[in-house]
Design a protein. Structure first.
Length: 721
C-alpha cells in the first residue's frame, strides 16, 4: 500500500484492514515527513477558528465531486497529485478533507447515525436551507468602479495565513483589464530604460578590471556583490520558530519541505518544477572591453566526514555547543521550574524554547518532540527524563523511567545517553533511530516503603551504531561495565540491556524486530485523541500544571478525568487518582474497563518509584479512601506476599468479593485473577457492581479453587491443581 494523503487519513481514522494497517504503520515510521504531516492534520482538525473554503472558488478542491472522488479513491491518477498538493498547501482544504474523512469513518462504524432524520430535524434543515437561499448570491452585478476597487484591494491585501490561497475574482471588467495591460507596458518600458542606463553609464575605471575571452567580447554586465547588512547590536532576540527533524525550521505554511532525497516511495506529491527564468534582453556590446567589478573571494575547503573505522571518535574535533533545544510538536510537555519546596511544573507547548539542563514529565496520551541541533527526541506518554549538555557540548538525554526515540537527519551525530546503569555516547547515522526503554520493577507482595525498587534498561538500535561508555558528563568511565567493551559497534537492529539485579554488567542483544512502541507517535484511539486535546487545552493556561489538571479532574467526561488523574500521579499528586479509584456513587464511578486501565497505568508505577512515592499513595488512601480502611486497600494495591496468602490471605480475598466497598471488591478480584497461571481461566460469573445473589456462583467457584491449593500451585511448574 502506498503512503499517500488518502491512505494516511484512512490509517489515522482506523478504517484499514489489519494487514494494510501494519504495512502502512511501518511506512509511516520510516518516513521523515509523515509524522509531521500527522501532527499538522491533528492541528487543523482541532483549530476552532479555521473557516470553510470560500464558495465560488475554482480548482480541484473547490469541486465537491473531486473531493468525493478523492475520499472514495476514485479520483483519476492524473488529477490526484494536484489535488493532494492543494491540500498540503492549504490548511482550510486539508481540514475539510480530513474532517470529511473522519465523519465518513464514524458513519462506517456507527451505521445508525446515518439513518433517516426525524421530523423536527427535517424541519430545521429546511429552515436553514431557505435562509441560505434567500441571501444574495455571490457574484452579483457590480459597478465598474466597485469591481476595480475590489481588484485593487485583493492585489494589495496581505495573506491572512501562509499556505491558504487567495480567492480572486473570476470576472474582471474591461476597464480593469486595459489598465492592467497599460501598467504592464509602462513597467516594461521603465525596466528597459534602467537596463540601458546601467550598461552605458560612466564607470569608475580605477575600480574595474578588463575581462576578455580570447578574440570574443563578453556581453557587458555589472556584477553587484551582495553586502551583508550589519544587525543592530541591541536588537531584541527573534522569537523561536518551530523546527523539524529534516531542516531544523518549518515552512511558515506548515507544509513539510519536499526535497529530492526526502521523498519517500509511494508518496503522491513531488517537488514542483522550478519556474523558467525570464528571457534576457540582448544589448549591443560597446566597442571598448567590458569592465566588470570582481569581488575577492576565498574558496572554503571541501568538507569530508572522517572515516569512523580509521579515526577514533575522541580524535574527531568536537563541534561547537549545540543550538538551544526547542519543543517541535506533540506537546504539551511539563517542565520543572525552580527547585526545592518551591519547585513547580509548567507546561511548554510547540515552539517553546528549552534550556541546557531541564527536567520533564510527559502527560498521558501525548508524544512531544524536542529538537536540539541535528537531533530530534520523541518522548512517550508517562516518561520522566532530563536533558543536559556534556562538557564538550554534546547533548545528553537521561531517562528516569519511560521511553524515548532519538534520531537525526545529519550524516553523523552523537548523543549522550543515561538510562538506568547504562551511561555512554552513541554515534548514529541519518534516519537510524535508537529506542530507549527504562522500566521500574518490583516483586509483587513486597512493601515498597521498605524494599527498594529495581530497574531494567533496553536500548534498541535500528541502524546499528557505535556505543562508547562514558560518565554522566561525557568523560571517561570510572568503572566500566562488565560484559561489553568500553567501545562497541552494534549491528543493525541490535541493542544493549542492563538490569539492576546485576548492576555492574551489561550485555549485547542479538538482532531482533524493532519494538512496536518505537513506531507510535500519536494516540491510536478516538477516546485517547479527545483526551489529549482536553489536556492540551487545559494546560494552555499560564498557571502551574497541577492547578489546571485538578480543574480538569472535575470534568463530566470520564476520559478527561482519567487523563488528569493519571498525569497528576506522574507529578506525585495522588489525591484525584485515589478519589476516582474509590468512587462508589452510580453517577461518578468508573466502569470496570476504565477502572482497570487507570489502576494498572498508575498504581504499579507509584509503588515502584521508591519509598516517598509509595508513602504518598498510602497517605492518599488513608485520607480519601473509605474511612478507616486505608491500610487494607494499600495492602490489596501492592499485592499479598506468599506468606500472607498462606496465612489466610487467599480466603480473605474471596471473602472480600462480598465487601460493601466497591474498591475492595475490585482489588480482591484483581488479586485473585493474578494468582491463576492463566488469567483467562478466571470465571466471570460475577458482577462487582451488582448484588450479592448475582455473584453467588462466581464466589463459589473461587472458594473451590482456593480450597484446592491455588496459591501454592502458582509457584510450581506442574500445571492445574
Amino acid at each position: 500500500m502506498r503512503l499517500t494523503l488518502r491512505t494516511l487519513l484512512a490509517w489515522l481514522d482506523g478504517v484499514l484492514s489489519e494487514g494494510d494497517r501494519k504495512a502502512l504503520a511501518a511506512k509511516v515510521a520510516a518516513s521523515p515527513v509523515a509524522p509531521r504531516l500527522i501532527e499538522r492534520i491533528k492541528e487543523v482538525m482541532a483549530h476552532p477558528g479555521l473557516s470553510a473554503p470560500e464558495p465560488g472558488g475554482s480548482g480541484l478542491t473547490d469541486d465537491a465531486n473531486s473531493v468525493s472522488e478523492f475520499l472514495d479513491n476514485a479520483l483519476p491518477a492524473d488529477r490526484l497529485e494536484g489535488f493532494e498538493r492543494i491540500c498540503l498547501e492549504s490548511e482550510i482544504h486539508l481540514a475539510e478533507v480530513a474532517d470529511c474523512h473522519a465523519l465518513l469513518a464514524e458513519l462506517t462504524r456507527d451505521t445508525a447515525a446515518a439513518g433517516p432524520l426525524d421530523p423536527p430535524m427535517q424541519s430545521r434543515l429546511r429552515k436553514i436551507v431557505a435562509r441560505e437561499i434567500s441571501q444574495d448570491a455571490i457574484g452579483t452585478e457590480r459597478t465598474e468602479s466597485g469591481a476595480l476597487g475590489k481588484l485593487v484591494q485583493d492585489a494589495t491585501a496581505p495573506r491572512t495565513k501562509p499556505g491558504v490561497p487567495i480567492v480572486r475574482q473570476k470576472n474582471r471588467s474591461s476597464l480593469g483589464a486595459w489598465l492592467s495591460v497599460a501598467g504592464a507596458l509602462a513597467l516594461v518600458a521603465a525596466l528597459g530604460g534602467v537596463l540601458v542606463w546601467q550598461v552605458w553609464r560612466p564607470v569608475d575605471r580605477g575600480r574595474q578590471v578588463a575581462v576578455t575571452d580570447g578574440a570574443k567580447d563578453v556581453t557587458p554586465r555589472e556584477v553587484v556583490a551582495p553586502v551583508a547588512e550589519e544587525a543592530p547590536t541591541n536588537a531584541p532576540a527573534a522569537e523561536p520558530e518551530e523546527t523539524s527533524p529534516q531542516s531544523g525550521r518549518d515552512d511558515p505554511s506548515g507544509v513539510p519541505p519536499q526535497t529530492a532525497d526526502q521523498n519517500q516511495p509511494g508518496e503522491a506529491t513531488e517537488v514542483p518544477a522550478a519556474e523558467p527564468e525570464p528571457p534576457t534582453v540582448a544589448v549591443p556590446a560597446p566597442e571598448e572591453p567590458v569592465v566588470v567589478p570582481l569581488p575577492v573571494m576565498e574558496a572554503d575547503p571541501p568538507l569530508v566526514d572522517p572515516d569512523p573505522e580509521a579515526v577514533r571518535p575522541e580524535d574527531v574535533p568536537r563541534p561547537p555547543p549545540p543550538a538551544p533545544a526547542t519543543v517541535v510538536s506533540g506537546g504539551p510537555l511539563l517542565r520543572r521550574v525552580g527547585g526545592g519546596d518551591a519547585a513547580t511544573w509548567r507546561a511548554v507547548g510547540a515552539g517553546g524554547p528549552l534550556g541546557d539542563a531541564e527536567e520533564f514529565v510527559v502527560p498521558v496520551h501525548v508524544y512531544p518532540q524536542i529538537a536540539r541541533g541535528d537531533l530530534v527526541i520523541r518522548l512517550s506518554p508517562g516518561t520522566r527524563c532530563a536533558t543536559t549538555v556534556d562538557r564538550d557540548g554534546t547533548p545528553r538525554l537521561e531517562v528516569v523511567f519511560g521511553r524515548a526515540v532519538v534520531w537525526t537527519e545529519a550524516a553523523r551525530a552523537e548523543v549522550g545517553i543515561t538510562a538506568g546503569g547504562l551511561s555512554g555516547r552513541w554515534t548514529l547515522g541519518p534516519r537510524q533511530p535508537i529506542g530507549i526503554d527504562v522500566a521500574l520493577t518490583r516483586e509483587r507482595g513486597t512493601d515498597p516503603t521498605v524494599v527498594p525498587p529495581g530497574r531494567s534498561t533496553t536500548i534498541f538500535a535500528t541502524g546499528g551504531g557505535l556505543w562508547r561508555q562514558t560518565e554522566n558528563d561525557g568523560g571517561p568511565p570510572g568503572v566500566p561495565l562488565a560484559g561489553v567493551p568500553i567501545e562497541q559497534p552494534l549491528p543493525p537492529r541490535g541493542g544493549l540491556m542492563w538490569d539492576s539485579s546485576a548492576a555492574g554488567a551489561a550485555r549485547m542483544l542479538p538482532p531482533a524486530v524493532e519494538p512496536g512502541w518505537m513506531r507510535v507517535s500519536a494516540p491510536t484511539g478516538r477516546v485517547e485523541r479527545l483526551a489529549a486535546m482536553a489536556l492540551t487545552s487545559a494546560l494552555a493556561a499560564d498557571v502551574p500544571a497541577a492547578e489546571s489538571l485538578e480543574l480538569l479532574a472535575g470534568s463530566r467526561l470520564d476520559e478527561d478525568r482519567i487523563a488528569a488523574a493519571a498525569t497528576l500521579a506522574l507529578l506525585g499528586s495522588y489525591g484525584p487518582l485515589v478519589e476516582m479509584l474509590c468512587e462508589d456513587s452510580p453517577d461518578r464511578r468508573l466502569c470496570e474497563g476504565e477502572w482497570t486501565l487507570l489502576e494498572t497505568s498508575t498504581v504499579p508505577l507509584a509503588l515502584s518509584r521508591g519509598s516517598n512515592a509509595a508513602a504518598g499513595l498510602r497517605q492518599a488512601f488513608d485520607t480519601l479512601g473509605p474511612a478507616g480502611r486505608g491500610a487494607e486497600i494499600f495492602l490489596l494495591a501492592r499485592g499479598l506476599s506468599p506468606d500472607e496468602l498462606a496465612g489466610g490471605g487467599a480466603e480473605g480475598l474471596v471473602a472480600s468479593l462480598e465487601d460493601p466497598a466497591l474498591v475492595v471488591r475490585r482489588y480482591a478480584s484483581a488479586n485473585l485473577v493474578a494468582l491463576l497461571p492463566d488469567p483467562a481461566e478466571a470465571t466471570w460469573d460475577r458482577r462487582l457492581n451488582g448484588s450479592g445473589r448475582l455473584n453467588d456462583k462466581g464466589i463459589a467457584w473461587w472458594r473451590e479453587r482456593v480450597a484446592a491449593g491455588l496459591p501454592g500451585r502458582r509457584a510450581d511448574a506442574g500445571g492445574e491443581p
